[in-house]
Write a protein that binds this ligand. Structure first.
Ligand code: GLU
Length: 437
């Protein structure tokens, strides 16, 4: 069975970048009727916070990306200890003591000599005696001894990847304070949870090489790896720093609909054009991992607005009834109101705006040049209630009384009655207008 996982660290809110990873993993699993695990990479006790865990779950629920089960790394420390012990027995984990300042100095030296800044393994060169004394006075951290060879895999998106691990530093797997780092924890989890496909950002490519080696050292076969390109801003600029402003909870507040986000994120970076899908099952059916490309993917938040508007247009009265109740739209006119409103809104909260216009009257836009004309026209309005003929009979009379016609006649009246430049067909709209005060 296909099993995937989405593995956020609960040290911040979900944003469009990590949601894209979540979505692709979800779709890979569900395309194959498989399992999708939400794995919380919470080994950092200081930065991981329950508030982030809650919000991650709420965001995924809001989007409709249901997980089959939740796993937390903080509850699996025993397993990481076992794996570390196994690696130590094989002399695949070694203790190092250099401070970050010492390492930085080494790096600078290597760079100035034109050498790649790879850890020089001096920790392996100290004598057993010296090591003993060091262990007595200092706590070290633990590095994984990489096989200095080429590590290769057939990437689900990037095709054949071959990494020369000579250019990679032996990764630290256990910190001085005993905290297991993601590189080891993730490998142990992927093995134990029988993950078949790992899809993550291209920034993890080097990690993958080291993780494949750790898996092999633990006697296991690596899952299939795929690395999607990273998102950039609309002009190709790096998005990483701005991702904080693209948090899902903020998109929700801005009125962006889940299906708009999911439709867009499932297609950007692929050879398919992005278009609206109205259900998750359609997304699953349409999904194809092999369509993803390797070049950076442009993301523009502006693209989500037309997709949201398009999605809202697809909603039937039954679908939106609850929201109309919530906004206080009068029951007996709800159906007609929705048939008009849905064509003229960008997000759900615009419903409130239209209902206010209908029930309480517009905030008219009247230019200086139109003042007299509009005042005269309003005086000529018949008494409410209005019906479908009100607009045509009224504007006919106004045209006869004034020298205005065409746009000069209709636009100022539309702006006066709706407070907007564009909007619904005025004949159908007039019966919904309770008052023009
Ligand atoms: N917690 C890791 C991250 O958010 C997970 C990476 C992975 O999918 O292995 O980058």
């Amino acid at each position: 069975m296909t099993i995937t996982r989405f593995a956020p660290s609960p040290t911040g809110f979900l944003h469009v970048g990590n949601l894209r990873t979540a979505l692709i993993n979800y779709l890979v699993a569900k395309k194959d009727n498989g399992e999708f695990i939400l794995r919380l990479d919470d080994t950092d006790p200081v930065r991981s916070k329950p508030i982030y865990v809650d919000q991650i779950k709420r965001d995924l629920e809001w989007l409709g990306l249901e997980w089959d089960r939740v796993e937390t790394q903080s509850s699996r420390i025993d397993r990481y200890n076992e794996a570390a012990l196994d690696l130590k027995k094989q002399d695949k984990l070694y203790q190092a003591f250099e401070t970050s300042v010492e390492l930085e100095l080494k790096r600078k030296k290597q760079l100035s000599m034109g050498l790649p800044p790879v850890y020089d393994r001096s920790a392996l060169k100290i004598t057993t005696e010296k090591l003993k004394t060091r262990e007595g006075t200092q706590t070290g951290y633990w590095r994984f001894l990489l096989n200095l060879s080429r590590t290769e895999w057939q990437d689900g998106i990037l095709s054949l990847i071959s990494i020369d691990t000579k250019s990679v530093s032996d990764p630290v797997l256990i910190r001085k304070d005993g905290q297991f780092l993601y590189t080891l924890a993730s490998v142990v989890d992927d093995i134990d949870m029988k993950i078949t496909h790992v899809v993550r950002g291209a920034d993890h490519v080097t990690n993958t090489a080291t993780q494949i080696q750790i898996m092999e050292a633990l006697g296991k076969v690596a899952p299939s790896f795929s690395h999607h390109s990273l998102l950039t801003g609309p002009g190709g600029e790096a998005l990483s720093k701005r991702l904080g402003t693209l948090a899902l909870k903020d998109l929700k507040l801005a009125g962006i609909e889940p299906m708009a986000i999911l439709s867009h994120l499932s297609k950007i970076g692929t050879s398919n054009t992005t278009d609206l899908q109205t259900s998750i099952s359609d997304l699953i059916q349409d999904f194809d991992l092999t369509k993803f490309g390797s070049s950076p993917t442009k993301f523009d938040i502006k693209d989500l607005t037309p997709l949201t508007a398009k999605y809202l247009k697809t909603l039937s009265y039954e679908d939106i009834k609850k929201d109309l109740d919530l906004f206080g739209v009068e029951k007996k006119i709800q159906k007609t109101f929705w048939s008009i409103a849905k064509e003229n809104i960008n997000c759900k909260s615009d419903i409130e705006d239209w209902w206010r216009i209908c029930s309480k009257g517009p905030t008219p836009i009247i230019s200086e040049a139109d003042k007299e004309f509009v005042a005269l026209a309003i005086k000529m309005l018949p008494v409410e209630p209005f019906d479908e003929n009100t607009w045509s009979s009224w504007t006919k009379e106004v045209r006869n009384k004034t020298d205005r016609s065409g746009k000069n006649l209709y636009l100022p009246l539309r702006k006066a009655l709706t407070g907007k430049e564009y909007g619904p067909d005025m004949s159908t709209f007039m019966p919904l207008l309770k008052s023009i005060q």
